[in-house]
Design a protein around this ligand. Structure first.
Ligand code: PHE
Length: 434
């Protein structure tokens, strides 16, 4: 449940649908689905198995499977880049999550007559962005300080089902509104000519890695907390299915909602005919839509932004867990000390982004999710597929198998992460660069 909580987040409900909307609709969805199952799931399994084998963070895990000093050194480098990327992701994630909290609070405040505060909370502004980001970071820290069982697991178990139910209710409601059909068509009818677009494939790969929380060691650390009796391949499959399922479900809400909003006079396209910026799309479109619905709108808005904040929190705790687990394991710091220091560092990074928003916000997202995550994923495949001794890897995979015969997964997956995953990632990155 915690791993599913990590996977399901803004990436599913904010990132995936808005990127799909701006990048060919259903064409993006098709490529995303293919990459999620054929590339991201096997990489997720690499993280889970490496983590459970080492029962430690990414640096420890890569060192454990290394056979010589060079491999260990490179592994440390990969691990450090992973920790840095996780922190970088959290630093922009906290800003967007803060907006979610801001909008969630603005609606009831507005209804209670505190319009000035409500406006302040929902309008883009330096102080508002900083304050909300700080609140979100403190929430994240509080859960992580609580530890794995009492903090992360307990909250993920409570919040995840609430999220799924709210999302379903919201999409069903929006689908009954005028204009929803147009959005549905954009979402479901692929423009085949766009499927081979380099940009589309590159973005879809980033979206798949981001959505499954890959490359940065989050899933590896969660894997390290999984007991030896759990069946990892099915656990991974469940996480991937829930994650992709919620992204697809969110598409049924966001895309129709955009066209419902357009029907009601909200501007969703720019002058060039493209969609408004994908970064802020739902913060313009959805509030406008909610506003046009009077009372029901307020209830829906609170449900929606509450849901987004929850989804964001179960993901942000898994990001903060990356530096925290490292500091605790490597320097034997207390969880409290590690969480406070990691939070301070990430908050400082996040403040720099807020202060230079136009310059840094989009750039940080592109660098961390579209380049860094897939390339780190590539490194993890290389360690799982080439560096890790085959007999030890197979033993790790056999740990939770009841049958003595190697399963289909055991026969295919080691070969698959060794050859196929690295080839796909390299091909997509190379195609994009050249
Ligand atoms: N998977 C999360 C989401 O979809 C984001 C995330 C990325 C979480 C990396 C942890 C690590 O929102």
């Amino acid at each position: 449940m915690a791993a599913a909580g990590s996977a399901v987040g803004l990436g599913n409900i904010w990132g995936f649908p808005t990127q799909a909307a701006s990048n060919g609709g259903a064409a993006f969805v098709v490529v995303y689905l293919i990459l999620a199952f054929l590339l991201a799931y096997p990489v997720l399994m690499a993280e889970f198995t490496l983590g459970r084998h080492a029962h430690g963070n990414m640096i420890a895990a890569l060192a454990k499977v290394s056979r010589n000093g060079t491999q260990r050194g490179l592994g440390t480098l990969v691990g450090i880049v992973g920790i840095f990327t996780a922190s970088l992701i959290l630093s922009f994630y906290a800003i967007v999550s803060g907006w979610m909290i801001g909008f969630g609070a603005a609606y009831p405040l507005e209804a209670a007559g505190a319009s000035a505060t409500a406006t302040w909370l929902s309008e883009f502004g330096l102080l508002r962005n900083l304050t909300l980001m700080l609140i979100f970071m403190i929430l994240t820290m509080a859960v992580v300080v609580g530890g794995v069982e009492k903090g992360i697991e307990r909250w993920s178990k409570r919040l995840m089902p609430a999220l799924i139910v709210t999302l379903m209710a919201l999409s069903i409601y929006v689908l009954t509104l005028e204009g929803a059909g147009k959005g549905l068509a954009v979402y479901l009818v692929p423009d085949i000519t766009k499927i081979w677009s380099t940009e589309l494939i590159f973005k879809a790969m980033g979206a798949a890695f981001f959505s499954l929380s890959l490359g940065v060691g989050t899933m590896l650390i969660y894997g390290s907390y999984v007991s030896d009796d759990e069946h990892l391949p099915s656990l991974g499959a469940q996480v991937a299915l829930v994650d992709v399922g919620i992204a697809v479900l969110a598409g049924f809400l966001i895309l129709p909602a955009m066209y419902v909003a357009a029907e009601r006079g909200v501007v969703i396209f720019n002058e060039a005919g493209g969609l408004l910026s994908e970064d802020t799309l739902i913060f313009v479109v959805l509030p406008a839509l909610f506003d046009s619905m009077n009372q029901a709108g307020t209830a829906l808005a609170v449900a929606f932004f509450g849901l987004m904040s929850i989804a964001a929190l179960t993901s942000s705790i898994s990001m903060l867990e990356v530096p925290v687990a490292f500091l605790v394991e490597r320097f034997q710091w207390s969880r409290f000390k590690a969480a406070v220091i990691a939070t301070l560092i990430v908050t400082a990074m996040s403040s720099v982004i807020v202060l230079n928003f136009d310059l840094l916000f989009g750039l940080v997202i592109t660098v961390s999710t579209r380049y860094s995550q897939p390339i780190l994923g590539l490194a993890l495949c290389l360690y799982a597929g080439w560096v890790w001794r085959r007999d030890i890897l197979l033993k790790e995979l056999a740990k939770n198998e009841l049958e003595t015969e190697p399963t289909l997964f055991m026969r295919w997956w080691p070969w698959y992460v060794r050859f196929v995953c690295p080839t796909i990632i390299l091909a997509i990155v190379a195609r994009t660069i050249f």
